[in-house]
Design a protein around this ligand. Structure first.
Ligand code: NAD
Ligand code: ADE
Length: 508
């Protein structure tokens, strides 16, 4: 770990790190070879991210983000590095943390701390393999700009940065100090502790002042967007929010085609298991599930799905898939993938009945789709053994079972400890698809910077014209030739020749 931060005074839990790091950074290492590798991969990625590069060309001179202070809580990958440098080129000051303990690409983080010949580096707080305590410490550092300065804008992925601000604010309203011993899980305990420590250090007005400065948040993913709509419904949303996920050029591309690339990439890097012929069960046939199924079918795996929604279940049937339940499929399945954004999908009880060496992984946002927390409790009770094959690949042996080899214990192989497998065991989605997602993020940040007051404390999506623009920016990369509508044709289908080409209710 680089020594940029010298702990003085009270440190946060077992991290040994001061509660507030000020203007410093913290990444895995800043060796020249790591920085050079990061910079080279950023340059390769730029060529594959035409949307972001054209956005730099279009807005680089007018600097619509001048004066903005942007805090990012989103996987610190090479693709995110290109997003960060786009925001900087548009005039913003930026600080960043990852939104997952395993997703940071350390060379990307190092290159961003170092900066470019024409732009200084920025403070990044992220490394691959953070503990939960380090993770929440990093999130706090990205949010706090030092000297009681807070961000004006937030880029969030999954809603953790937004959650910390809102929880901190709510405890101030109640005039209460959170009690970590009341937490129902380890992560909640850490969150309550960090809020309590911030109260001790800064008093009862820190998050109130903080929320006043924030003009808005743009949220990347399905799960984070759910949280935002819940807050809008119960009137607890503290600032405007843009739902980037539901731009068509995000969820119908990143969630589907991105996962189609990165799911099998991760399973193969992690296990090297032959996928063809294996029975795979994908839980959830939404956007991520659809991409995951296509990827496994591409490897000629025999795929089935589980669903709760009859529409998605019918779509699966019409795609030639078996629709079943986890319980029915349990004993025949070789590879389990959760993609629901829901909790308790594959439990420890399920895993206790699985085939020997069944692979279990999750591609949904949080780690509660698979019952790893329950396995941890069984570990303490001595009912299972956890064997590290390599980082982010673990064999869990069920010591009391008798359906393993020679009537002995069976094992399951859990990837990325039940967290996002494509970012924990591989490098996430490739640049081209992230270009579409992050062009939407950049447009959302400009919109919040310029029009937060018009949006109000609501969750909105970007206008369809911008969605179409994001698609257009990527077409030349494929050598695609668009057909131009004549005025007569346009009026016949009720649009203008320049678009938008579809009504709001169209589903793609
Ligand atoms: P979605 O809403 O389109 O799909 C989720 C599906 O799961 C829905 O069809 C729902 O009916 C189904 N479902 C819910 N509970 C279920 C249960 N108990 N059993 C079976 N099916 C169930 O959402 P999405 O866009 O596909 O996102 C899914 C998750 O993936 C979210 O957490 C999202 O944030 C995350 N995500 C991850 C990545 C990544 O790179 N790993 C990318 C995008 C989204
Ligand atoms: N989400 C999925 N893949 C990603 C990537 N490569 N970078 C950032 N966020 C991602």
């Amino acid at each position: 770990m680089n020594p940029a931060i010298i702990p003085i005074g009270k440190t946060f839990m077992s991290t040994g790190l001061p509660l507030f790091a000020g203007t410093n950074h913290r990444v895995a290492n800043l060796e020249e070879s790591t920085i050079t590798f990061g910079r080279k991969e950023i340059e390769l990625a730029e060529f594959e991210m035409p949307g972001l590069m054209k956005t730099r060309e279009e807005y680089g001179n007018t600097k619509p983000l001048a004066g903005a202070r942007i805090t990012g809580s989103l996987h610190m990958t090479i693709q995110t590095a290109v997003l960060i440098e786009t925001l900087i080129d548009l005039g913003a000051d930026v600080r960043w943390a990852s939104c997952n303990i395993f997703s940071t690409q350390d060379h990307a983080a190092a290159a961003i701390v170092q900066g470019r010949a024409d732009a200084a580096g920025i403070p990044v707080y992220a490394w691959k393999g953070e503990t939960l305590e380090e993770y929440w410490w990093c999130t706090l550092q990205a949010l706090d700009w030092g000297n009681d300065v807070s961000p004006t804008l937030i880029v969030d992925d999954g809603g953790d940065a937004t959650l910390l601000i809102h929880l901190g604010y709510e405890y101030e309203v109640k005039g209460e100090k959170p009690d970590p011993s009341t937490a129902s899980n380890e992560e909640e305990r850490v969150i309550l502790q960090i809020i309590a420590d911030v109260q001790d250090a800064k008093g009862m007005n820190y998050w109130h002042q903080f929320a006043k400065t924030v003009r808005g948040v743009s949220e990347e993913t399905t799960t984070g967007v759910h949280r935002l709509y819940q807050r809008m419904q119960d009137n607890s949303l503290l600032f405007p929010a843009i739902n980037v996920n539901d731009a068509v050029t995000k969820s119908k591309f990143d969630n589907v085609y991105g996962c189609r690339h990165s799911l099998v990439d991760a399973v193969m890097r992690a296990t090297d298991v032959m996928l063809s012929g294996k029975r795979a069960l994908v839980c959830g046939f939404g956007d991520v599930g659809k991409g995951s199924v296509q990827a496994l079918q591409g490897q000629q795996a025999r795929v089935a799905v589980t669903e709760v929604d009859p529409i998605c279940a019918l779509q699966a049937c019409m795609s030639g898939l078996e629709v079943t339940t986890v319980e029915i499929a349990l004993e025949q399945t070789d590879i389990f993938v959760t993609a629901t954004g829901n909790k308790d999908i594959i439990t420890a009880a399920h895993m206790s009945k699985m085939k020997h060496n069944a692979i279990v992984c999750n591609i949904g946002h949080f780690d509660n789709e698979i019952g790893v927390a329950d396995l941890e409790e069984m570990l303490i009770a001595g009912d299972v053994e956890k064997i590290e094959i390599k980082p982010q690949v673990h064999e869990w042996r069920f010591l009391k079972s008798t359906h393993g080899p020679n009537n002995g214990p069976h094992s399951v192989i859990i990837l990325a400890e039940g967290r996002l497998v494509n970012l924990g065991c591989a490098t996430g989605h490739p640049s081209l698809v992230m270009s579409a997602s992050f062009t939407n993020q950049t447009l959302a940040q400009i919109e919040l910077n310029e029009n937060a007051e018009t949006i109000g404390k609501k969750v909105v999506t970007l206008p369809k014209a911008l969605d179409e623009k994001v698609a257009l920016l990527h077409l030349s990369k494929f050598g695609a030739e668009l057909t131009t509508l004549s005025t007569d044709q346009a009026s016949y289908i009720g649009v203008t020749p320049q678009g938008p080409y579809k009504p709001e209710h169209y589903r793609y």
